[in-house]
Design a protein around this ligand. Sequence first.
Ligand SMILES: [Zn+2]
Length: 583
Amino acid sequence: MAKPFDCLLRLRFICTPTLVALCWVFFSCENQQPQTAQLVILGGEYYTADSAVTDPQSIAVIDGKIALVGTRDEAQSWIGPNTKVLDGDGLFIMPGLIEGHGHFFGLGQSLHNLNFLKSTSWDSIAAMLVQKVDQTPENHWIIGRGWHQEKISIPADQSVQGYPTHQYLTEAAPNNPVMLTHASGHALIANLKAMQLAGVSKESADPAGGHILRDANGNPTGVFEERAMEMIKSAFNESQTTLSKSDKDKQRELWLKLAQSECLKKGITTFHDAGTSIEDLIWLRQYTDSVDIDIRLWLMIREKLEDLQGQLSQFPWIGLADDHLTVRALKSEIDGALGSYGAWLLKPYNDKPSFDGQNTTPLTNLKGIAELAKSHKLQLCVHAIGDRGNRIVLDLFEEMFKAQELPNTWRWRVEHAQHLHPDDIPRFAELGAIAAMQAVHCTSDAPFVVERLGVDRAYQGAYAWRSLLETGAWVSNGTDAPVEDVDPLPSLYASFTRKRPGDTEAFMPHQTITRQEALFSYTMANAYAGFEEHLKGSLTVGKLGDITIFNKNLFNCPEDEFLDAKVEYTIIGGRIVYQRQGH
Ligand SMILES: [Zn+2]
């Protein structure tokens, strides 16, 4: 970057200058525009996530990277005729928010499909379905997500073991197969048409690692838990295989665009995707070769062991499409979710004393996936919710790390790390394993955590943010969208309050972290969890110009105003990719 000062320096080294040459040099320097910024933000209040930066008042971005974090006067000299200048006064400027664990295509699909996250009754879900049936051709699948039996009222005659039955769905949609996934993603409800297509009947046996709910007569009620979901899903997938390639590509593009615009609106500049098939990844790579996308995607490969073998030599992909596409991790899972009794526990459930949860991936397969990750130098990210699930995953990491280089060069991740035995809490820091958590799960699950685990287990190791940080572990943050809304604010709020919006009481408040730690978890910790701390996570000169701007100071606004904060601008690589209306 040539600055006027550079020109003067250059003059000093001219040994035998003629007057003409001197004039020429002087003239050219005078006329040479110093390189100017594409974007300058003047003023505002800052959270930089970089303790080396003191009293920042302005930022300049050149060629997609942060070139200055400094004073207003310094920033003024970077403004040229083509510089976009933002007035930061009254605004809060922070590093671009990173979603640390979500499902990108799942989010896009959920925005396209029925969404019941805000539904409070089974009647209202059925009413939404009736509307969708009107817009859907016969025999086409209707997909939805987000219901939770603990959060909706269910008529008594339509409830078995606390879950709704398929009766309403079957009446509302007699000619369309319907598949509505539970908010946790670990159970689903299907209507009769879908069960018929899947070949499910009274005689169908429970598959290993899964459960078909049945009524008093042994008939399937429509609810399928964990691995049993695959019976319905494979019927749906079968219908998708008949889609033409161009229909499939159109569908992917639609989901990508829906997910992207939702993320940008909510201030997210990078999205960690917790598991996409190799086929979808290859499509994404081809797509980003020809079409510019705004959001930066960091994705985990998710396939069964047998489908991974022989397919991994093409990975990792790091920083493709101008740092918009990175694939350097494998995803697996050891157990299910707490709400649907899938979390694998060391001791039985408090409210299901004969049951200790489900192991969803056979341990030999999990080890096989870990070995593939190791030999291909990929990160391994394993979903673990229950304390037994977490312990076995940490044991596996420890076994794989043995006699290897320093563990923090691996950064293997435990996705969720929700319920930990106190003995296992220090092991994350010892192993250099990342606790890839989602604070909003804590507050969403709060109504049933004590029921499932009992007070002692919940107190000692449920969503143990503070304890993990105190041991020196890296704790990343996110929402698991579309399990939860992708909005980072409720998750940040849950991190430092352990409350949902409107709650007066905090859930296990001894595990609360500070606001600063919460903001750090959504920026630097997430960057670190993806080996990207040299590129992202703080407002530091040389890093990518990814910046999120709010209308309120998230650092010091009153707690009851925090959730009212609005994203004013989302900036990626110095380009404004979202701007709130009215600005
Ligand atoms: Zn997930």
